[in-house]
Design a protein around this ligand. Structure first.
Ligand code: 5GP
Length: 240
């Protein structure tokens, strides 16, 4: 497999073509952005940590019946992935209400909802990723009702798999954002972006300490150490 031209450059990752028509290479950068790119920093080692954590989680999902774009790790910062057509939606699962949802609903950050909440957002930087509903998504031609049902079901299954996995690592999966795409070879809907401390809220069960991107958003420092803690603990539960 040969690495080809750069086909997409995002804030935190690059995507390269390969000589296989249905495969691409994701390269994670040492860059972190937040608040719709208003806050930005270079964090040495962050790309490698994100790459490894995401590879570990996506591989776990692949092995447990959830199709993702992940194929294999290629190096410290790179992974081979299936090519997809992007669906510009974010499906967000909340096991607790925190962050922007807590503000929107007027509850304290970390409110314990008795039910699992699944939200839909339009992935659109100009509009600041607004909350939308299924009817909006269909009206915009982003997905069919059947595809949306599929995405909601996959999101709940991912939560059912990852919540206990993180719990074994002494970490609470507070919420997470999942993105989907249509696989270029089969057209099926698969998970098409990273799952990592960049896209999840992860709280240490013992101390309540945040081990995710909120450390950067809220200027809590020790961002890379926290990501390293997540990787080390996940590696430990994977081998035990
Ligand atoms: P919130 O709506 O509070 O910003 O985020 C809810 C959850 O989804 C958090 O785990 C957050 O990290 C993730 N999330 C929501 N929007 C984005 C986004 O645009 N980028 C990233 N990386 N994560 C997001």
């Amino acid at each position: 497999m040969t690495k080809g031209e750069l086909i997409f450059e995002g804030n935190e990752k690059q995507v390269f073509a390969t000589d296989h028509p249905d495969q691409v290479i994701f390269r994670y950068k040492d860059v972190m952005v937040a608040y719709n790119n208003v806050k930005r920093a270079r964090i040495k080692g962050k790309g490698a940590l994100d790459n490894q954590i995401s590879a570990l989680l996506l591989d776990y999902l692949n092995r447990n019946g959830v199709e993702t774009h992940f194929i294999e790790l290629l190096g410290e910062k790179e992974q081979l992935c299936r090519k997809i057509e992007i669906i510009p939606l974010q499906v967000v699962v909340h096991n607790r209400i925190a962050g922007s949802l807590a503000v929107r609903l007027g509850v304290e950050d970390g409110y314990r909802n008795p039910n699992t909440i699944v939200d839909l957002r339009y992935n659109n930087d100009k509009l600041e990723d607004p909350f939308i509903n299924r009817d909006h998504a269909v009206a915009l031609g982003l997905a069919t009702y059947q595809e949306l049902d599929g995405m909601y079901n996959i999101a709940r299954k991912v939560n059912d798999l990852l919540f206990p996995l993180f719990h074994r690592a002494g970490i609470e999966l507070v919420d997470m954002k999942i993105e989907f795409g249509r696989a270029s070879d089969t057209g099926t809907i698969i998970i098409s972006d990273e799952i990592s401390p960049d896209t999840c809220r992860l709280w240490d069960e013992a101390t309540g300490e945040r081990l995710d991107k909120d450390r950067f958003r809220l200027d809590l420092s020790r961002v890379e150490e926290s990501y390293k803690t997540v990787l080390d603990r996940l590696n430990q539960v994977m081998i035990s």
